[in-house]
Design a protein around this ligand. Structure first.
Ligand SMILES: Cc1cc2nc3c(=O)[nH]c(=O)nc-3n(C[C@H](O)[C@H](O)[C@H](O)COP(=O)(O)OP(=O)(O)OC[C@H]3O[C@@H](n4cnc5c(N)ncnc54)[C@H](O)[C@@H]3O)c2cc1C
Length: 430
């Protein structure tokens, strides 16, 4: 059994790691000159800036990798109890994450709290409704508008009113079916302390993909764009930068439009639907401020008159001195990237002052075009995608978006392939 992996972001690198660990012959191609994909860290005057994820959760899969890659000494573990805020009706309000927090929060009125507690009496969520309808129907419109929309929508930069539950909430629907109620599932999770702490590394999030690449360097070929996959009898040939490599199985861990291009012309494949999937663009502005705010950061309610979608308090969360990261863009501001970096920086600084009440200097602005899968109605096009046996799609548009989900999906695929290739197709659901 040999496996060709296309893309060396977190999914491709983790898959390479798990396959190599299971004794499977693996070859991985990455078009960029560095591994890591959207996980990218840099330095600005000695301070770590994150151009992708600011942190992730220390799930067991990550802890295992950290042990295997000998990274514990470089790990920064944040305080998981730091407050998280939503900016609503002109001020920051704490998101409840405990029973005490629920009783105390001013994000919900007494009526809104009682309505939320009635969730077990509501009809189960349905795959054919939009995420916004499902949440508002089950949790009440106030909890939806003030808590769920800013946090859940903020994750994807999308409006939950455009996100079909079938694609955006399939895991939540399964949890509800298993537990009988969303509220019960949430309370069970709180009681069992199911939320591992947020983490990063001294040199930033890119330390993980860099370590994965370093430990599998012989199998990972950088600056090698896969232009096509072709049939070779029962096997496949990957065409990458003038080379042709024959493998038994192919796993594409690249974004959907790139996967469509690679599969174009492959006998038996209908991958055109992948091109329809919509990705949101983001801009990140890095601010230097002596605000000294405690917490994870905040998300902004959609109807507030701000362009900022969210802010991470890197200063308090991970000890990155005086650093705050502002997220702009997403579906509520689709033209954000057409504004100049200077204008985006000024906007970020102005709105930071409005919300936090402190001045800031703009260190840098970075634009990330079409970087986050929207999980909106364009996901319906996946129904038309059919692939021949031996081709697997992986990556954040097929499954969960966060890095823990990337590691879990890579491990599941490696287990399946190591047991000798079962049928292909989108591996699992968000
Ligand atoms: C701004 C931002 C913030 C985020 N915040 C968080 C967070 O706080 N916590 C968290 O857990 N997750 C977060 N995420 C999500 C997480 O970082 C991503 O889902 C994950 O890193 C995606 O990894 P991937 O390997 O699936 O895809 P990618 O990282 O996109 O990797 C795909 C790779 O394929 C390569 N490629 C493309 N075409 C080809 C080709 N033809 N041939 C060869 N190679 C090719 C690309 O160069 C790229 O390296 C965030 C993501 C972004 C963008």
């Amino acid at each position: 059994m040999s496996v060709g992996v296309v893309g060396a972001g977190t999914t491709g690198l983790a898959l390479t790691h798990y396959l190599a660990d299971r004794g499977v012959d693996v070859v991985t191609f990455e078009s960029g000159s560095r591994a890591g994909g959207v996980v990218r860290s840099g330095y600005h005057e000695g301070r770590v800036l994150e151009y992708g994820p600011q942190r992730t959760r220390l799930v067991p899969e990550l802890a295992e990798l950290i042990t295997e890659l000998d990274l514990w000494r470089e790990l920064r573990i944040a305080d998981g109890d730091l407050p998280l805020y939503v900016y609503a009706d002109g001020r920051l309000r704490e998101v409840p994450r405990s029973v005490r927090g629920f009783l105390r929060t001013d994000l919900l009125s007494t009526g809104g709290k009682l309505r939320l507690l009635a969730e077990p009496l509501t009809a189960p969520g349905r795959a054919d409704e939009r995420a916004a309808c499902l949440f508002a129907r089950k949790l009440g419109s106030e909890a939806y508008r003030n808590v769920v929309e800013p946090l859940f929508g903020g994750l994807y930069g999308s409006d939950p009113a455009d996100m079909p539950a079938e694609h955006a909430l399939s895991r939540l629907l399964a949890v509800e079916e298993r537990k009988g109620s969303l509220l019960r599932a949430a309370v069970d999770g709180l009681v069992r302390g199911e939320s591992p702490p947020p983490v990063s590394f001294d040199d930033g999030m890119e330390r993980l993909p860099r370590a994965l690449y370093e430990s599998h360097r012989p199998y990972v070929h950088l600056s090698s764009t896969v232009s096509a996959v072709r049939r070779a009898g029962e096997r496949y040939v990957l065409e990458a930068g003038g080379r042709r490599v024959e493998v038994d199985e192919v796993v594409l861990t690249v974004p959907a439009p790139a996967a469509a291009t690679v599969l174009e012309g492959l006998d038996g494949a209908n991958a055109e639907g992948l091109r329809q999937l919509h990705y949101n663009s983001l801009a990140l502005a890095f601010l230097d401020s002596a605000a000294d705010r405690e917490g994870f950061g905040y998300q902004v309610r959609r109807d507030e008159p701000l362009r900022t979608r969210g802010v991470t308090f890197n200063h308090s969360l991970l000890g990155r001195e005086d650093l705050y990261t502002v997220y702009l863009g997403g579906s509520s501001d689709p033209d954000a990237l057409e504004r100049s970096s200077a204008e985006l920086g000024r906007q970020a600084r102005r709105e930071f002052r409005t919300v936090v009440g402190a001045d800031a200097d703009v260190l840098e602005v970075t634009k990330l075009p079409e970087v986050i899968p929207a999980f909106d109605t364009s996901w319906r096009a996946l129904a038309d995608v059919s692939l021949p046996e031996g081709i697997t799609l992986a990556g954040n548009y097929t499954s969960r978006i966060g890095l823990p989900g990337r590691l879990r999906q890579a491990r599941r695929i490696a287990d399946r392939l190591a047991e000798d290739g079962v049928a292909a197709g989108p591996d699992d659901k968000p």
